[in-house]
Design a protein around this ligand. Structure first.
Ligand code: DC
Length: 230
């Protein structure tokens, strides 16, 4: 019998990956790993250090000094720590989204984080989401999903999410940030955002969260034979 299952979910920001993957993982009893949070934590560290997130030399210099940890609390939620400070909320701010996208273009950052991500999938059943999980991090994943939606639909969802957290935001700014990140994440030379050849494409443009979740569960059931409960 197979020891561990791994499900890779890639796609642009705002397609619904995190909320859906988190819920499916809980329903399956799998660990959920949000790899974007790791890039965000590196972006936050550079931002705080006052260095440009695109300056490969400066970023490379601070990497060995970073103390970044991913921990799971009693509820099984992933929390990110930078020098023992819980930065899980701080890394969600719009300026850090841009920093994360910027540092993620640097090959030195990507290779630094590769092992950390692979280790998480080694000993557990896992759903991992990001941009290059099916193509680079877990090329042998049991199921690869590429989740996408139109940029307008994604910007609208991100806006509601930010407003829900009490962050002041408007559609134009959020849309501009989404387009900036889409372009940079998919055109960078190192591990660009793209669907793996064997990925199942799920387009959530015209689906609400519940419909998207049902589609994800159906896909998991069809491909892996396991049924998320809940
Ligand atoms: O999923 P997210 O929006 O939290 O990711 C933040 C940034 O991190 C995203 O713009 C690109 C980068 N990223 C990446 O390059 N590779 C990953 N596996 C995950 C995120």
């Amino acid at each position: 019998m197979k020891k561990h299952y791994s499900i890779a979910i890639d796609g642009p920001s705002g397609a619904g990956k995190s909320s859906l993957a988190r819920r499916a993982a809980a329903a399956l009893g799998f660990i959920y790993v949000d790899t974007g949070a790791i890039y965000r934590t590196v972006g936050l560290a550079c931002y705080r250090a006052g260095i440009s997130c695109k300056d490969a030399e400066a970023v490379e210099k601070i990497l060995p000094r970073l103390n970044i940890q991913m921990r799971f609390n009693a509820a099984g939620e992933q929390r990110m720590y930078l020098d023992e400070e819980d930065v899980s909320s701080r890394i969600r701010m719009p300026e850090i989204s841009i920093c994360a996208s910027d540092v993620s273009t640097l090959p030195v950052v990507r290779s630094y984080l590769l092992d950390m991500q692979r280790r998480m999938a080694k000993n557990s059943n896992v759903i991992m989401d990001g941009r290059d999980i099916g193509t680079v991090v877990l090329p042998d994943a049991d199921l690869k999903i590429f989740m996408t939606a139109s940029s307008a639909a994604r910007a609208q969802r991100r806006l509601l999410e930010l407003q829900g957290k009490g962050v002041k935001a408007n559609f134009e700014d959020v849309f501009r940030d989404i387009e900036y990140r889409d372009k940079q994440d998919s055109t960078r030379a190192a591990a660009p955002l793209r669907a793996a050849e064997d990925a199942v494409i799920l387009d959530t443009t015209n689906l609400n969260l519940e419909e998207s979740y049902r589609l994800l569960c159906r896909t998991i059931k069809e491909k892996l034979g396991v049924q998320p409960v809940g």
